[in-house]
Design a protein. Sequence first.
Length: 597
Amino acid sequence: MNSKIQILPENLANQIAAGEVVERPASVVKELVENSLDASASEIFVDIEKGGKTLVRVTDNGHGMKKDDAFLSLERHATSKVKCAEDLFALHTMGFRGEALPAIASVSRMRLTTRSVDDDTGWQIYAEAGTIRQADAVGAAPGTVVEIRNLFFNTPGRRKFLRKEETEFGHIADVVSRLALSRPDIHFRLSHNGRNYLEAYRHNCLEERAASLLGRNVASSLLSVDSDSGNGEMLVGLLGSPGISRSSTSQVYTYVNGRFVRDRVIQHAILEAYRSLLEKRRYPIAVLFIDLPPEMVDVNVHPTKHEVRFRNQQQVHDFIVSALRERLQQLSSKPATNTGGFYPAETVSAPALMSPAQSDYRERVQESLAAFNAKVAVAPVLSAMSTVKGEMTGWTVGQGKESALPDGWRLIGQYLSSYLLCQINDELVLIDQHAAHERIGFERLRNQLAADGIESQSLLFPAVLELDHREAAVLAEHLDDFTRFGFEVEAFGGRSFTVKSVPALVVDVDVERLIRDLAAELNEIGRSGQLSDEIERVLAVLACHSMVRANQALSQSEMQQLLKDLSTIDFGSCCPHGRPVMHRLSKRDVEKLFHRG
């Protein structure tokens, strides 16, 4: 009788392990760089070709391996970091499972070159699909070089799921940025197709490293936090002021005992600390390190080690909320002072919560107008700027004249600076002004795109944006799409871009915030489907940025024009995100409220 249960062949078991550990080239980079960190390297260089599809090479100057250890490192579950079960609850290293190298080798062509600092010569091992083909003694500098070529060459079904070169490299840049943020004392370099993309030299403090990776504008708005719970938990790092935010949690970097994690308990605690400080669907920037005794956290709950489990989740959650809220309260009440940590003292007050993009733009406008005023009268310039502002709002405000409403429509007034109260025939109608204007802008953008393309408006002063590595990679990949949506954006070197034109409907907005939000949306679309199928998602983001807000007082003519525009579009009952635009009460409904009829 044949047995139904069989022992898997070693190479197949390694490929299954690779499926858990190696999702894409970025996963390879993560595992190899973490090994370099565990090897006490002070320099880690990552070289990529074709988004990691053809080459991933990680070079470090760590302590290297001797001959026997080099061969053992390619055996499954071989590790120098765990010797007994108790070690799993006292981990001080990044890796420990002993699966990464053999799993990666099983789906690639790997060349491992290593030399221990105690040896005069090194060893080079070449493996293909997990099988060692050649091994030789070689001359090499102390440290380790792992070269991965043709990832997934023997598993074409998985290779076809890799995305465009730029997208895959964006994920790699994100991984290297996360790891580099956690170790300012290490020199990181990342190159793509022979060109240096990221160079983070050794820094004296986290703030300097954050400035080099996240941008100077962002770093200038970060606040230091340093807190001790008294129960073994410590929290240090950088916290974004409420004046800067993102449309996703992509710039929330959280580390537990030095390891980057995406933990739901920590994420919830951070968002809870910012509750009421950020508008809906906006997220903070944070680089936070939570340290606690190893026995209080289990990091062995997922092969990629991105998830952890705390022994006392509520205690950790409440500590984070309390520490962050206290720091944010200091921001709004008085200037912050240096507490003796590794961050310089700050002077931040509540009125300074303007975004970096807005502040920089205002300064450039003031400087340019001052220079211009020395030569010619400034009145024509101000007049031109006023014209642009009138056009951007999405309607044309009459000079003291009210726009005629359709038959049967009558404006009663504005309630709470957020809702329009009006009468349509014999119905009482309450209209959400933001949702209504968002729908109007969405329909205009959609009609323009279907016709001759979305109308553009040149900026009086081009905006120069410095993005993070993921955002820059997404923007570089989608420059043609930004042009299609009415932008004129050009690469400006490194992670910087110049924005010269924006859609005419969104001139008077925070350009940096809009570009970042669109990049985040395009990145999500890139994960889930084709842009041609998701056009309306992009238009919804554009429309949301261009519209009047809640708690915004409108003039009589502006309210009249909004109602007139709303009456001319189809699908006016909801905004592009599905929220209702209006609620109607019939005459009978109103009479019922007063026990009439």
